[in-house]
Design a protein around this ligand. Structure first.
Ligand SMILES: [Zn+2]
Ligand SMILES: [Zn+2]
Length: 137
């Protein structure tokens, strides 16, 4: 029996669930993913198109599709959180890993477009971890 994983946007308007039956997990460092996430990479899990049950809020999902590249983003129009969407060729469902609740078993298998990584990423990953905000210097 497959584990059921729930997901939602930050404001809770959009909720869904998926079976923990994932095919691939990639970190994408391409410039477009940097821009649209506002961060160093996107974390995308791929699964089958029909592996999703929407619970609420689908009318609040906006999808951006890049006119030239195979690049899309679906997001809650209230809070901007990334949400699952079908890829351009309609062969897979792309799930932004951060919208899933709870731990998942699959681990990222590759960092794609790694050469486009920002020059602060490696140092950022090696910087000192804190549990919460840094309160003093
Ligand atoms: Zn939201
Ligand atoms: Zn990308």
């Amino acid at each position: 029996m497959l584990n059921r994983i729930s997901g939602e946007c930050l404001c809770g308007t959009v909720k869904f669930s998926v079976n923990e039956d994932f095919d691939n997990f990639y970190l994408c460092h391409c410039k477009q993913c940097q821009q649209i996430t506002g961060s160093a990479f996107a974390a995308n899990i791929l699964t089958s198109l029909d592996n999703i049950t929407w619970i609420c809020g689908t009318t609040r999902i906006t999808t951006f599709r890049h006119p030239d590249r195979d690049f899309s983003k679906a997001f809650c129009d209230k809070c901007g959180s990334g949400l699952p969407y079908p890829n351009k060729t309609n062969t897979a469902l792309v799930i932004p890993a951060g919208c899933l609740k709870g731990p998942i078993k699959i681990k990222p298998e590759a960092r794609v477009f790694a050469e486009e990584s920002p020059n602060w990423l490696e140092q950022g990953l090696q910087s000192k971890p804190y549990n919460g905000f840094v309160t003093s210097k």
